[in-house]
Design a protein around this ligand. Sequence first.
Ligand SMILES: [Zn+2]
Length: 339
Amino acid sequence: MSNRSAWYRRLWPVWLIIVVLVIAWWPGRIVYMNLLTEREAQRIAEITPDRGAENTPERLSIDRIMADLHWLADAERAGRAPGTPGSLAAREYIIERFEALGLEPAGTEGYEHAFSHERVERAVNVLGTIPGEDPNLRTIVITAHYDHLGVRDGDIYHGSDDNASGTAVLLEMARYFSENQPQHTLLFAALDSEERGLLGAHALFTTGHLEPRSLAFNVNMDMMSRNTDELLYAVGTYHHPWLVRLVQRVQSENGARIVMAHDRPWYKAGYTVDWTNSSDHGPFHEQGVPFLYFGVADHPDYHAPSDTSDKADAAFFRLTAEAALSFTKLIDQVLAEKR
Ligand SMILES: [Zn+2]
């Protein structure tokens, strides 16, 4: 009996080290994560060149974008929750524009692609295409969700930055490309039910409406109209490093400071939030479709009734819209050459 217990008693230094390691693990991890977070914050804060608003191209009408933003985020739309009259009005507004611009219907019934889910009885994506010059090229999908949170406890959640802003840019980009034919076919997708878990984007694939292999790229826009630091995030270059060069080219002619971030794993960025699956580009990424997502950082009005259209910063918004257009033109050109 005494002999048998002796061997592990002699190993007490090993036990002690294990106990100390276990106790130190959690605080140690926090210290390490904080270090990584700090390093990432420094990388993000590094001065990206400000090319000046006056050197940014002027191809889109910021007046039209702002008018659409005000209309979509108006109290009458009541926050555009799926299935509500406000959502229906927004959808009809988008469809009318697609029609006026001559986009080809690309839904299951005209421009509409309806779907249901356990979290939403009936929701409707609005889809229209502009055919590309080269019919052999795959489709580039431009996405922005038009839904928001609706009315809660009597308060209207206007959803101006989130995401009347991306929807307004999508409409104006559709206008631009209807007058400037792209190489690839462009599918403009105003998506529903993003706020309930990216349901509209998921439905494109789960209903079999889109075949991932027929898609070349996804450009997603969600929250574009304001940022106190004049920063626009470009998310996705960590997964697709070949995009870095393209984003740098966009930056070279844009006055917004474009930062490539929020797509790195914890061992690169610590606690910095990873937005890889935070908006409609997520389901495209899951399907193996390369993507780039443009959006600003969360602000105090994020998912609050106070996200109203008077808070949009037209001067900054003009730059983010032009950046998204520059990138889309570039990806259209580069992928056509690559083929
Ligand atoms: Zn959003």
